[in-house]
Design a protein around this ligand. Structure first.
Ligand code: C2E
Ligand code: CA
Ligand code: CA
Ligand code: CA
Length: 276
């Protein structure tokens, strides 16, 4: 038994070593990824449920590294957060997204909007406002066409968050609360924060056609949000059944594989031509 315990210990040690090694390798590769042009953006349509037309797209980062292959953002974004690399990567994402929007505009899609995810470290970076404002001015896009997605966890420090959000509104961009319902939801802040929309998290949508509880949660979010003048986007919509329920409850917009998976810029242009 003693021997077995020791073997187990060595086994876990090896697992830990492997994990640490993998994490270090990702970190090393991330440090040069921006210079090596390894990042790209994909775009997922956000559909208007009244007109059934595409209204906006969400920019989602992709990383393809020669050694590690494709690494998902859920895996590497947290590491860019811990290392501070998110500041330069986040600026690249915003600039690339705005340039892409400009190019679609030049292709005739004048009312299309774009959403960009912000991480917590970016949200609290001291020059956030001037960084965004400079990019908007440099590329000459209408700030009302840009939505910044933040999550509830970023707003724990209510006072600081409120003042950052007001500064963002001042430069004219829209603000959306992402993954709504999964964080520290205090409904009271919906009233005090100057936000424009909520994105109901995928976890409440996936069983909405099977679970009365999930349907009730989604409906309640919709009623509260609409009473506060906020528009609501459903995330992760994969089936027609889910869509029907959301439409019945007056959900404003939806995003998910039912409409399209995230697309590269060429495929997105094609989608725009078919759905505008
Ligand atoms: P998110 O912001 O909640 O993005 C939605 C995620 O759900 C995306 O995963 C998208 O591909 C996926 N998705 C969309 N529709 C469906 C569906 O119908 N079914 C299912 N199962 N999934 C769907 P992705 O692209 O892997 O991104 C994961 C997360 O990584 C994002 O979650 C976001 O938190 C983060 N992320 C992605 N790009 C960026 C970025 O540029 N900056 C920052 N800070 N975070 C990013
Ligand atoms: Ca998002
Ligand atoms: Ca989300
Ligand atoms: Ca998410």
């Amino acid at each position: 038994a003693k021997k077995e315990g020791r073997n187990n210990f060595q086994f876990y040690n090896k697992l830990l070593d492997k994990k640490n090694h993998e994490r270090l390798e990702i970190e090393n590769q991330l440090r040069k990824a921006l210079d090596m042009n390894e990042f790209s953006l994909q775009f997922q349509p956000i559909m208007d449920l009244t007109s059934n037309e595409i209204k906006s797209v969400e920019a989602l980062i992709r990383w393809n590294n020669p050694i590690l292959g494709k690494v998902s953002p859920d895996r590497f974004i947290p590491i860019t957060e811990e290392t501070g690399l998110i500041i330069s990567i986040g600026e690249w994402v915003l600039r690339t997204a705005c340039l892409q929007l400009k190019s679609w505009e030049n292709n005739g899609f004048h009312s299309l909007k774009i959403s960009v995810n912000l991480s917590i470290r970016q949200f609290y970076q001291p020059n956030l406002i001037s960084m965004i404002d400079n990019i908007i001015k440099e590329i000459e896009i209408n700030p009302s066409k840009l939505t910044i997605e933040i999550t509830e966890s970023m707003t724990m420090d209510v006072e600081t968050a409120t003042s950052i959000l007001y500064e963002l509104k001042n430069i004219g961009v829209n603000i959306s609360i992402d993954d709504f319902g999964t964080g520290y939801s205090s409904l009271s802040y919906l009233k005090t924060f100057p936000i424009d929309s909520l994105k109901i998290d995928q976890s409440f949508i996936s069983d909405i056609n099977k679970s009365k509880d999930d349907e009730n949660i989604a409906t309640t979010i919709l009623v509260i949000a609409h009473n506060l003048g906020l528009s609501v986007i459903a995330e992760g919509v994969e089936s027609k059944d889910q869509l029907e329920i959301l439409k019945r409850h007056k959900c404003d917009e939806a995003q998910g594989y039912l409409f399209s998976k995230p697309l590269n810029s060429d495929d997105m242009l094609h989608f725009l031509r078919l759905n505008s």
